[in-house]
Design a protein around this ligand. Sequence first.
Ligand code: NAP
Length: 456
Amino acid sequence: MLRVAVIGSGPSGVYTAQSLIEQQTVPDIEVYVLDRLPCPYGLVRYGVAPDHEKIKSLQNNLRTVLEHPGVHFLGNVQVGAPGLGLQQLLEIFDAVVFCVGAATDRHLGIPGEDLPGSHPATDFVAWYSAHPDAATNRFGLTARSAIVIGVGNVAVDVTRMLSRGAAELAATDMPQDALGALADSQVEDVWMIGRRGPSQAKFTTKELRELGSLPGTEVLVRPDELALDPAYRDPGGLPAVGRRNVEVLRGWAERPTGATTPVGRRRRIHLRFFLRPMEVLGDAAGVRAVRFERTAPDGRGGVTGTGEFEEIEGQLVLRSVGYRGTPQPGLPFDEATGTVPHRAGRVLQDGAPLPGVYVAGWIKRGPTGVIGTNRPCAKETAQSLLEDAATLTERRTTEDPVAALTRAGQSPVAWPGWLAIEAAEAEWGRGLGRGPVKLPDWAGLLEAARTADVTC
Ligand code: NAP
């Protein structure tokens, strides 16, 4: 029998497990999906915004895989210091597939970046998603103006969440303290700012368009800024998504005067382009503005500085400039890309495959693409592993993996433990007059998991 550990239970991990069990080449296979958290689904649970119910419902598909008899979910298992090392894993499993995503954020590298009030957007996402590593009460939204740096889909998510009213979000599974903070939010202006032009923005059109449909919020774009982009004037050569984005922005820019600011609109989203962040301004008491340099297209897809500067006032700054992968225990790591070197999913050490070790998802290809992009990526890795199957067996112990992990100092939370967490979240939500509400801290999650009749 081939016994495989998949590290990470987000989409790439679950699609890898699915590819491994839905094949005929190696029929005798058991897949253990390990996660650091006691809860499965990775960024689908802790990254997809709570108001994107349709994408969230993908959890139902992932669940079917994790409930397959050949797949075993084990949460609360720490891989990497101070937990399990690669050799320990290879003593328990024939093969290990790292599907750990990109755990941290990229940095801007500008002065003032770490002033109080300036945060990675991923921290804000973790907070409103009730990630147990995010401190509760982290974001009191007392700022009147918030600045979001970057124009990718995460930037759109946080801009939308800052602009939505709490009443619209009460039906979601958002944690109670985040909902309360949004209800008391003083934010009136949200600035979402790209260093390049509108045709080069990374957001997708559906997400962009949604900003225009938020109740009580108007979207402002500057026709003169859009017109700086040659592809905005002539979008014919753009990829489809760029063309559609440009059309949405054009619709907003060319609204007749007076068509905006209807009475009752409390919030404004300002979409700005060709502004490169230079410095976050403020002091120990907090940020007060961001200083940008105006840029101009360089004709090769990049921009050059113009030597003109603009300060935008804001008391909250969310830096949304992409995720970044982190080194994994015992694995080589490419610092430049934040990924693990591989060939078709086989981890490469000094150019040669590291026996029994594989990668899939963002740690393999970098933090790009939508959830579905993980399917073919995971399939490729699973295929490589299955091709290697004959060389993988016979090294590991025959001890039951749960016993071996426990002996190695871990306290795995198995599927019944997760079901108990789900039940506790439903019950907590009922008490608050809401649907299921996420438990936001480790203690609450582990206590709920412990109420399961069977833990392994
Ligand atoms: P992203 O798509 O890579 O966007 C990063 C943004 O940051 C870009 O606008 C980039 O501009 C900008 N940026 C990078 N370095 C910068 C700097 N030094 N100064 C100023 N701006 C800088 O990353 P993301 O938004 O974190 O999204 C990650 C992935 O998750 C994407 O594939 C995304 O589609 C996906 N996602 C999808 C959804 C959804 O489908 N609803 C939701 C969230 C995330 P340049 O282009 O100029 O580098």
